[in-house]
Design a protein around this ligand. Structure first.
Ligand code: 13P
Ligand code: SF4
Length: 351
C-alpha cells in the first residue's frame, strides 16, 4: 500500500481522533515501514496495545501474547519485528532462534517481568520442593528457564489444570494468580518471607494451594471496584470487560474477563450499547477505529509506558538500522523453550 492509500484508510478509521497533519505524517511513515518490511523480507507482529496508527497499518499479525508467540514460532521470514515489549520479543527468539528478532525500542520493560529474578525462583523451588512452578509469559527468559511451564492470560486456567496437582507455584502476578485460583478452586498463599529451603512442603498450609508472588501490572492495578460501581450507576447498560491482571475484586464485578484478544472478540460479538475496557487504553481506540458503531467509555487514560515506547517511527528505524536485536544465551534459551513448548502443547491454538 502506498502513502495515499494508507492515508485514506487511516482517515476513515482515525479521522475523528487524529489531526489531519498527523494522519498525513503517519501514512508516510507507515508506507516507509511497509517498503522496508518487503526489502528485508520481515514479518511484523503487533500486540493489541499498539497505538492505532501502527496497529491499523503495518503488522502482518495482531494478537495477544499467546497468538503472537505462535506466529513467531511459525514464521520462515529471516527478520521478526516485534511491536510489543521485551519479554514478548524474547519469547519469539526462544521459539525461533535462527531468526533475527528486532524490538523497536531499546528497553520495552514490564513491571511484572521486573518483579522477579531467576534467583527468586530457585529460592521458591528450594522452599517448596516438588511443587510445580508455572510462570506467566510476562517474565524474562532466565526466569522461564527456572520454571516448569509458562502460561498467558488466555490459557492460565488450562495450564494449571493440566498439571493435575493440588499445589502450584504461580509467578509473578499476584492478581492473575488469585483470579486463576478462584476458577480452579485453589486457595492462594503469598509468602511474605520465603520459608527456608525444604521448610514449607511438609506444612499443611500449602495443600490445595497456589503459592503466588507479589508482582503487579502497574497499569491494571490502577482499576478499582469503586470505578466499576460509579460507571454502572451512570451507565446501567454498559458491558464491563477486565483483563485478568486486574485485582480479583475488579474481575468479580466485571461482565467478562479474558486476554486482550478475548476481550476484543467479546466486544465484537456483543450487542451492548456501551463498553468499558479495564485494560491499556490504546486497545479501546483500536476497537473503535475498526467498529465506529461501538461506544467506548473511558475512565481515564491508563497507558502502559513500556508499550507506548513503540511507535511507527521506531518500527521504521528498527527495520532501517536492524535494531534492537534480541539475544538469549543458548543455555537459558534451551531451558526456557521447555517451559514455553509445554504451554503451547496445552493450547488453545490460533487459526
Ligand atoms: P495478553 O496476553 O492478554 O495480550 O496480555 C499481555 C499483557 O501484557 C497485558 O498487560
Ligand atoms: Fe507489563 Fe502491564 Fe505493560 Fe502489560 S500492561 S506490558 S503487564 S506493565
Amino acid at each position: 500500500m502506498n502513502a495515499d492509500a494508507l492515508y485514506l484508510d487511516l482517515k476513515h478509521k482515525l479521522g475523528d481522533v487524529m489531526p489531519e497533519a498527523e494522519l498525513i505524517l503517519k501514512a508516510e511513515v507507515a508506507a516507509e515501514v511497509l517498503r522496508l518490511k518487503e526489502e528485508r523480507n520481515a514479518v511484523i507482529l503487533g500486540h493489541n496495545y499498539m497505538e492505532p496508527a501502527l496497529f491499523h497499518t503495518v503488522p502482518d499479525f495482531h494478537g495477544d501474547s499467546l497468538e503472537l508467540s505462535r506466529r513467531a514460532a511459525e514464521t520462515d521470514k529471516p527478520y521478526i519485528v516485534f511491536c510489543g515489549v521485551r519479554f514478548m520479543a524474547e519469547t519469539a527468539k526462544i521459539l525461533n532462534p535462527s531468526k533475527t528478532v528486532l524490538l523497536p525500542t531499546e528497553k520495552g520493560g514490564c513491571s511484572l517481568a521486573e518483579s522477579i529474578t531467576a534467583a527468586d525462583v530457585r529460592a521458591l523451588r528450594a522452599a517448596y520442593p516438588g511443587v510445580p512452578i508455572v510462570t506467566y509469559i510476562n517474565t524474562y527468559a532466565d526466569v522461564k528457564a527456572e520454571c516448569d511451564i509458562c502460561c498467558t492470560s488466555s490459557n492460565a486456567v488450562a495450564v494449571v489444570e493440566s498439571l493435575k496437582t493440588d499445589t502450584v507455584i504461580f509467578l509473578p502476578d499476584e492478581y492473575l494468580a488469585k483470579n486463576v485460583a478462584r476458577e480452579t478452586g485453589l486457595h492462594v498463599i503469598v509468602p511474605k518471607v520465603l520459608p527456608k529451603a525444604g521448610g514449607a512442603a511438609a506444612g499443611t498450609d500449602v495443600e490445595h494451594a497456589m503459592i503466588a508472588w507479589k508482582g503487579r501490572c502497574e497499569v491494571h492495578e490502577l482499576f478499582t471496584p469503586e470505578d466499576i460501581d460509579s460507571v454502572r450507576k451512570q451507565f446501567p447498560d454498559v458491558m464491563i470487560l477486565a483483563h485478568p491482571e486486574c485485582s480479583p475484586e475488579v474481575v468479580a464485578k466485571a461482565d467478562f474477563s479474558g486476554s486482550t484478544t478475548a476481550m476484543i472478540k467479546a466486544v465484537e460479538k456483543s450487542k451492548a450499547r456501551r463498553y468499558l475496557l479495564l485494560t491499556e487504553c490504546s486497545m479501546g481506540d483500536n476497537i473503535v477505529a475498526a467498529h465506529p458503531e461501538k461506544e467506548m467509555l473511558r475512565l481515564c487514560s491508563h497507558r502502559c509506558p513500556h508499550m507506548g515506547e513503540i511507535t511507527l517511527e521506531q518500527t521504521r528505524d528498527s527495520l532501517k538500522y536492524l535494531r534492537w536485536v534480541i539475544d538469549v544465551p543458548e543455555d537459558i534459551r534451551v531451558r526456557a523453550l521447555r517451559s514455553v513448548e509445554r504451554m503451547l502443547a496445552v493450547g488453545p491454538k490460533v487459526d
